[in-house]
Ligand binder design. Structure first.
Ligand code: SAH
Ligand code: SF4
Ligand code: F3S
Length: 452
């Protein structure tokens, strides 16, 4: 029985794809290798969004080639995912020891190709072609088959691709055009997950709020995405629904209103803003203004005062002046994000921004990044400390990742809470009182609250 090891880089979509490929291979009789050194098949699921992400995967592959070709010469080595898609056969030219390059519309073919490679029927496989219907081709979930405890949360991919073409971004080239699955198909997958113990699903897509715009359309004033959330909300036994990422453009009042109407929809919004300067937003081709973004955050916080608001920001986009950067700083002070991921602009080939004038020097980008990081961190920690002594509802997910003797769960606004408790709490929605915080974690006490 061959064994497989998959290492994942990049976003939640990649995590979900890796899980699906692992599940697919397990149904074919593969074992999951706990250690890459022992594996018969090693796959790197790659990300291209920034140069650093690509370099990490390439360096890792070079190390693997050095190790396995000495100890395990027959091991199959492969790249899959976004860098596999964007670089294709180039990767094999650069690293001739790589046996498999599997594009983003080909995950469901992994088993078939690996069989050919392991049996020596083929020497190399590079497949990055488009494939119709691939967005719905994989449904298998792994659900912690490895561990004792069952998965309480799961990702569900509702669509693939992106049509927005932000000028800095490679994703429309690695993931292709937008394609969505049907509401029935997604609900059936969620139902199956709930039957196997899942209590929370996160609906995934590059711009989830453009789900089904063309294929399904608006009904009774509700966008297709809100219709989908309502359908998932009906599933008995499902406790919580999240989604990521929505895009500020086209974020309608129907979706704001959904937080008020639908109790299973968690009060958390990851809303990538990218910049606080209208001039930059326009050059980035984001499709909204600073004012429109602020208005949206205001509406969300009015609808649900507990709303956790997170964002992504790019520092050092070509042509960014000190004044533009200040606008981003002031936006962060104004919004007070609960969580902000800051990225240094990375030039991606074949994207329009790569050809724009005034590419900024590395040192300047570093310096602005450090300034913004300090500002957003101070805000984040201050807001985080306000949770102390509050009672919060959590869904208990399982043992804490840092200390398996304790449990961990998430608040409705997506904060991790660690607390002492037995296995019987896993999968339960319960209240805890927050006693203390570390920079990223809340520590709670359920004892007094949940005696029964
Ligand atoms: N679809 C999502 C973002 C997906 S990519 C959205 O538009 O909301 C995740 C994040 O990576 C982006 O929000 C952006 O902040 C960052 N990113 C994308 N391309 C980048 C680049 N070329 N350099 C630096 N950061 C980038
Ligand atoms: Fe990239 Fe923009 Fe599409 Fe997000 S919306 S994936 S940033 S092109
Ligand atoms: Fe990276 Fe692809 Fe996700 S480029 S961010 S892994 S969609």
């Amino acid at each position: 029985m061959p064994s497989v090891f998959i290492k994942t880089y990049g976003c939640q979509m990649n995590e979900r794809d890796s899980e699906a490929v692992a599940a697919q291979l397990m149904t074919k009789g593969y074992a999951v290798a706990s250690d890459e050194a022992q594996a018969d098949v090693i796959l790197l699921n790659t990300c291209s969004v920034r140069d650093a992400a690509e370099q990490k995967a390439i360096n890792k592959m070079e190390t693997l080639i050095g190790q396995t070709r000495k100890h395990n010469p027959d091991a199959v080595l492969g790249f899959m995912g976004c860098m596999a898609q964007s670089r294709g056969a180039e990767l094999v030219d650069q690293l001739p020891d790589v046996d498999l390059v599997l594009g983003t519309q080909k995950f469901h073919r992994a088993g078939e190709y690996l069989e050919d490679l392991l049996n020596g029927r083929r020497d190399k496989v590079v497949d990055t072609d488009e494939e119709k219907g691939s967005e719905g081709a994989i449904r298998e979930h792994l659900l912690n088959a490895q561990s004792e405890s069952k998965a309480v949360t799961a990702f569900v991919s509702i669509m693939q691709g992106c049509n927005q073409f932000c000028t800095f971004c490679i994703v429309p080239y690695t993931r292709g055009r937008e394609r969505c699955r049907s509401i029935e198909d997604i609900v059936a997958e969620c139902r199956g997950l709930v039957e196997s113990g899942v209590r929370e699903v996160t609906l995934l897509g590059q711009i989830v709020n453009s789900y089904g715009k063309r294929e399904i359309g608006v009904k009774d004033g509700k966008s297709a995405f809100v219709q989908l959330i309502e359908a998932v909300h009906e599933i008995e036994g499902l406790e919580r629904i999240r989604f990521t990422s929505p895009h500020p453009k086209g974020y309608g009042d129907d979706l704001v209103d959904a937080y008020v109407r639908l109790p299973k929809l968690m009060e958390n919004a990851h809303l990538p803003v990218q910049s606080g300067s209208d001039r930059m937003l326009k050059l980035m081709h984001r499709g909204y203004t600073r004012d429109r973004f602020l208005e949206l955050v205001g509406k969300l916080r009015t609808a649900a005062p507990e709303m956790g608001v997170g964002t992504d920001i790019i520092v050092g986009f070509p042509g960014e002046t000190e004044a533009d950067f200040e606008e981003t700083m002031s936006l962060c002070r104004e919004v007070e994000f609960d969580n902000a991921f800051l990225f240094k602009y990375s030039r991606r080939r074949d994207t329009p921004a790569a050809e724009m004038p005034d590419q900024l020097p590395e040192e300047l980008i570093e310096e602005r990044h450090a300034r913004l990081l300090e500002a957003v961190d101070e805000i984040r920690v201050r807001k985080f400390n306000e949770f102390v002594s509050r009672r919060m509802e959590i869904l208990v997910e399982g043992p804490s990742r840092r200390n398996a003797a304790r449990l961990e769960g998430r608040t409705r606004c997506n904060r991790i809470v660690v607390f002492e408790g037995g296995d019987r709490f896993v999968g339960q929605v319960m209240d805890v009182e927050i006693e203390s915080t570390s920079p990223t974690t809340l520590y709670g006490n359920p004892a007094i609250i949940n005696l029964n």
